[in-house]
Write a protein that binds this ligand. Sequence first.
Ligand code: GLU
Length: 304
Amino acid sequence: MDCRIEPGNEARSNAMPPVFRFAPSPNGYLHLGHAFSALLNHDLARQSGGRFLLRIEDIDATRCRVEFEEAIYEDLAWLGIAWETPVRRQSEHFAAYGAAIDRLSAQGLVYPSFESRADIARLVAEREAGGAWPRDPDGAPLYPGTAKSLSAEERDRLIGQGAPFALRLDMASAVARAGGLSWQEAGEGPAGESGDVAARPEAWGDVILARKETPTSYHLSVVIDDALQGVTDAVRGIDLFWSTSVHRLLQALLGLPAPVYRHHALIRDAAGQKLSKSTRATGLRELRADGTSPSDVRRLVGLV
Ligand code: GLU
């Protein structure tokens, strides 16, 4: 893996220090892949005279646990990483995300859909029986439903009945409103994309922006928080490369600034597989218990 660090981006002209962030979800223990991302962000911040923020992305109450959050603080401190406080915890900011949904709704770009996961799987199977049905860059089928055409009365009736719903972005209208978009990529995409990369948000279909029980989504909260926290450089795994298309679109629709993005390679296990939060062999806590030192971790992830 190429782990050279080239600080800064020439396009930035203001005198404010660059702002980096590491934004883990506390739904498991950190592994070597997280260590790489956190250390890379921290090193880049230090080398460029910038700031380093830690953000806890804990919007999913069913999977996130305080125990994992505590472990994040412990593991990062052990690695020698220092972050600014207070740490932004997304679960404390649902009102800010709700306000953004309201702004998108006021532009006529949001609609509720009421299908369950099983309904969606059935609809996709039906569509696939009639030919290929498009999938998003992560491989998930695009939303196959027709909730966009429900009448306002029908929507109100279902919501009034207490039906569960997801709030979706009307992608066709959103793209029509925002026009062509691109982002600055200081790293590299899966096919070597770099520099000015054309966003392709339509590849994601009508993405979910919020659910009845979780009034935000990863896409929405990451965009709001990066803007609110003044993040200038979003350095993160290449698995999020094409999500950036959706992030650019939301930034454009909400009038928010776009950071420079730098997507980095993922650390893989000996078999070439992506690391999982539940694999003990690469967990930071296990490595620590086995006598691995923070500088060993740096060597293991190629950051010396
Ligand atoms: N919370 C995301 C994750 O753990 C990272 C979000 C981001 O860096 O944009 O994968």
